[in-house]
Design a protein around this ligand. Structure first.
Ligand code: GAR
Length: 193
């Protein structure tokens, strides 16, 4: 699992994985920065952690190679990006299947400020998307989405909190189904078995 922030999605997956019937385990947690709650949560859960910072490498390609090697050491069947605020490169994506969770209804509002962008645009409905990761920014095939109503009094923090509550449940559901049963991709359509 890859994180850059507070790791509440990670915490939800760790809770779900305590039940053996869930069918998936988090094997390690990586980040692109130190000192984040996501890594602290992983350490408290007794999981191996690693940090691979872009600024420690002379090129983005070298960073991608280092991240690929770190992740490969744990032999994941699936990489889950949850609040990981970096775009991985071609080498990484050739090596691992990867899903990302995003706090908007893609293809609306991709990028790092999705909740703010949706509010600024004035939408009445936003939500969250779990999608397969491809070479673009939040452009991969959609696995599942849930809508969340925007309230007149919402600010970025309140809307993001309501989105995150449904996002955690969606991510837990989707990752469990993918790991238990597999998935197939037909063009832009993802089918969970
Ligand atoms: C989640 O809402 C996730 O969708 C978002 O960061 C939050 C991480 O929360 N990701 C992005 O905005 C990526 N563009 P968490 O650290 O509590 O799991």
């Amino acid at each position: 699992m890859l994180v850059s922030g507070t790791g509440t999605n990670l915490a939800a997956l760790l809770d779900a994985a305590r039940d053996p019937a869930y069918g998936a385990q988090v094997v390690a947690v990586g980040a692109d920065r130190d000192g984040i709650e996501g890594l602290a949560r992983a350490e408290r859960a007794g999981l191996p952690t690693f940090v691979v910072r872009v600024s420690d490498y002379t090129s983005r390609d070298d960073w991608d190679a280092a991240l690929t090697e770190q992740v490969a050491a744990y032999h994941p069947d699936l990489v889950v990006s949850a609040g990981f605020m970096k775009v991985v490169g071609k080498r990484f994506l050739e090596r691992f299947p990867m899903v990302n969770t995003h706090p908007a209804l893609l293809p609306a509002f991709p990028g790092a400020h999705a909740v703010r962008d949706a509010l600024d645009y004035g939408v009445a409905v936003s939500g969250c998307t779990v999608h397969l990761v491809d070479a673009g920014v939040d452009t991969g095939p959609i696995v599942a989405q849930v809508a969340v109503d925007v309230r007149a009094e919402d600010d970025e923090a309140s809307l993001h909190e309501r989105i995150k509550a449904v996002e955690r449940a969606l991510l837990v559901d989707v990752v469990g189904r993918m790991c238990r049963n597999g998935w197939s991709v037909n063009g832009r359509k993802v089918e969970l078995s």
